[in-house]
Design a protein around this ligand. Structure first.
Ligand code: TMP
Ligand code: ZN
Length: 406
């Protein structure tokens, strides 16, 4: 049995998704034999309320020079980060020599706007290829993993930060206490830590179990975030629900005593008590809901195949690795996955080895069904794919329910 990464209490998984490959580990046939698998098992820490996976592959296996995920592939996400940058510039980076740091700055999708505004900034990004893309966009970027020692180096070189921001990164870092200590070290006394990640409350409410994969070591709630950062002198002062990634939460934290907490915090904590997010029984029913979702999705795909219909996956997302491997979906049910990311095209999906093809393969010959693996981008995608629907193509979706959309 492993211990909670936050409080050290023993962890007992509430379910097992079985052996899983690296979620973003798109591969070539030469690599099939040596493919790495681990047991994907989420657990609730009954002591501090943090939901986390028990075993996580070494970071080097997940984030490296060929990291296949580029933030800039979604128009709406690009708009989302532009809006956030605008808010930071207007509200939090008004001081003459203001300094913003982003943890996990990817291809600079957010910081490029801070850079364009001429504001001092630093992106920290461990994956060298995406860090290079950020530098090309004019974003000052350090290729490193953030921890207390890294924070120390940044303070020496740049001074303390007004804002430390992070999107879809904090939940990737197993040593969250080390990051919290680094953040406290790097922030000004009246500085803010702002971060956003997929929200546990949405995952439970929508049975979006595909948010559980190797990179997402934690699934946060306001309750668990407040408890995890408090020992490092950081208080939760505000929360804001976001529609991104199928349901996210933005958390605002500040050095203890520097800002009062907004009423939204207590409202959110109460909603989480009502939802049972720290109650083990809630996770039993979540496990049952996942099993039901798997049965229904396999039934829908089986029916499509038996009718002679062609099913193509839309978006080779990291999330789809959990779905295909947990449900046992192979290329006899989904002929290929279409994806606009050049780094994924021509490769095979992790574990089940469904071919990934360029978007043109989808456009050139519409299938009967498109399985919406990128369900978190549904509005953007359905908007873009009106011709597919007009040609009689149908979407299969599995969050929040398995449904075939006419
Ligand atoms: P994400 O769910 O982690 O944001 O990943 C989305 C994936 O889906 C990424 O590989 C890009 C791909 N994608 C498409 O192929 N077409 C699209 O229109 C969108 C929005 C994403
Ligand atoms: Zn704990």
């Amino acid at each position: 049995m492993s211990d909670c990464r936050i409080c050290g209490a023993g962890l007992k998984p509430f379910m097992s998704f079985g052996p899983m490959p690296i979620a973003n580990g798109f591969l070539t046939p030469e690599d099939f034999d040596g493919e790495y698998f681990f047991d994907l098992e989420p657990a609730l820490c009954e002591s501090c309320g943090m939901v986390q996976i028990v075993e996580q592959p070494a970071p080097e296996l997940m984030f490296h020079a060929d990291y296949a995920f580029f933030s800039g592939t979604s128009q709406r996400m690009a708009q989302h980060f532009k809006a956030l940058a605008g808010e930071l510039i207007e509200r939090n980076l008004t001081a003459k020599d203001a300094f913003a740091v982003e943890l996990g700055s990817n291809d600079g999708i957010m910081l490029r706007h801070i850079a364009d505004a001429g504001i001092r900034h630093l992106g920290i990004e461990p994956s060298a290829n995406v860090a290079d893309a950020a530098r090309e966009a004019g974003v000052n970027t350090l290729t490193a993993f953030f921890d207390e020692a890294c924070a120390e180096r940044i303070v020496d070189e740049y001074g303390h930060a007004d804002v430390i921001y992070s999107a879809n990164v904090m939940c990737h870092i197993p040593d969250l206490p080390g990051v919290a200590a680094g953040v406290r070290r790097l922030l000004k006394p009246d500085g803010l830590l702002i971060f956003e990640d997929p929200y546990l409350g949405d995952v439970i409410a929508k049975t979006s179990y595909d948010q559980i994969y190797d990179e997402h070591v934690f699934l946060f709630s306001a309750t668990s975030v407040a408890r995890a950062f408090a020992p490092h002198g950081l208080s939760l002062i505000d929360t804001r629900p976001l529609p991104t990634h199928g349901g996210s939460m933005r958390y605002y934290l500040a050095p203890k005593g520097s800002y009062p907490a907004a009423p939204a915090v207590e409202t959110r904590l109460e909603a989480e008590r009502q939802q049972g997010l720290t109650d083990p029984a809630r996770y039993e029913s979540f496990r049952e809901a996942c099993e039901r979702s798997r049965r229904e999705l396999l039934a829908a795909l089986g029916t499509a195949r038996d009718e002679g219909g062609c099913v193509v996956g839309y978006g080779a997302t990291a999330k789809s690795t959990t779905v295909t491997n947990y449900c046992g979906i192979t290329s006899d049910l989904v002929s290929f996955i279409s994806d606009i990311t050049p780094e994924k095209q021509g490769k095979y999906s992790p574990g089940v080895h469904i071919p990934v093809r360029p978007y043109d393969a989808f456009r050139a010959n519409y299938p009967d069904y498109a399985l919406l693996f990128a369900w978190n981008h549904e509005a953007e995608i359905r908007d873009k794919e009106q011709d597919f629907a007009a040609s009689g193509g149908r979407w299969i979706r599995y969050v929040p329910e398995v449904e075939i959309l006419a």
